[in-house]
Design a protein around this ligand. Sequence first.
Ligand SMILES: Nc1nc2c(ncn2[C@@H]2O[C@H](COP(=O)(O)OP(=O)(O)OP(=O)(O)O)[C@@H](O)[C@H]2O)c(=O)[nH]1
Ligand SMILES: [Mg+2]
Length: 323
Amino acid sequence: MLIQDQHYKNKSIMVSVLGAPNVGKSSLINYLLGMDLSVVTNKPQTTRNRFHCILTVDHTEIILVDTPGLHRSNQELNKRLNQQAREGTEGADLNLLLIDLTAPILKQITDFKSLFEEELGPTILVFTKSDLIKDLENLPLDEVFEKAKEVIPSLTKYYTISSKEGSDVHLLTGEICDRAEPGKHLYPDGSVSNKNMRFFATEYIREQAFQLLKDEIPYEVAVLIDEYKDFEANEQKKAASHISASILVNRPSQRAIVIGSKGSMIKEIGTRSRKKIESMTGGDVHLNLHVKVSPKWFKNNFVLEELGLPRAKDSNRVWRAKN
Ligand SMILES: Nc1nc2c(ncn2[C@@H]2O[C@H](COP(=O)(O)OP(=O)(O)OP(=O)(O)O)[C@@H](O)[C@H]2O)c(=O)[nH]1
Ligand SMILES: [Mg+2]
């Protein structure tokens, strides 16, 4: 995807954004991008695929790799999520290891170390959610950082930020830009991601399902596109996209909940996600949602591959049947 005519001042850097589930990886990326591209919810394991988000500051292209939160689990889906996170560091010039200030700090660092066995390149520690800490100045973060370095020697520096209020994010951006090396941009001007709208449509539908559904259901929901057609604008009509998607659930009882009384829940998921997709495409979106029971889809190799989650190194024996 190399672009031909490059400015002589061009620089580029790939930054992988790592950390436990729910620490604020996607929120930081969205703050940096200035748009709600990556899905964010208050539930862990929201992000399921690693992907690139692109931001250009002057002539510096910053490629941010969003990754699923690394966590311990023997479930096949979770092993594949972890594999996505580990692979997020491949080709990265710099890693950001995000640590949630509202959770035990050193435990997050030792847990990360035990889950990420490969050697880690230069890594900046980023303490997140500083807006939630009342006595921030009393936290012994210098001391904590020194202890963290004993566990992960490739840590070079730390920043304390809030993606909610934006505090000190500019310091981090400055550091990233300073580390960028002269070189060609990998993405054309104006690109925001290496994933297409088809991917983000599934993400925005799942985001609403995560936000609106309770208990175990969000974790047993997946979204697949059945049909996606774009229609260009003409004199009579705005551009439009016709999208049909299936929401997969594990059990028939979950199907009833996702549909809701007289279809109220599926309607709400549809309305909210359609608005978000429209805000990204700028055109009209006609969205058709179906709820399908696909028992144990999270162990089914066919479905997982379709969701962009190939087998991991430590994968369990998984179903191969297409059901
Ligand atoms: N108050 C506050 N909340 C934050 C901040 N950053 C993230 N959050 C909240 O933390 C929750 C998780 O944020 P995400 O960005 O989805 O976290 P993540 O690390 O991408 O999570 P996974 O994709 O599940 O691994 C959401 O409810 C966010 O609104 C912050 O700086 N301040
Ligand atoms: Mg995320």
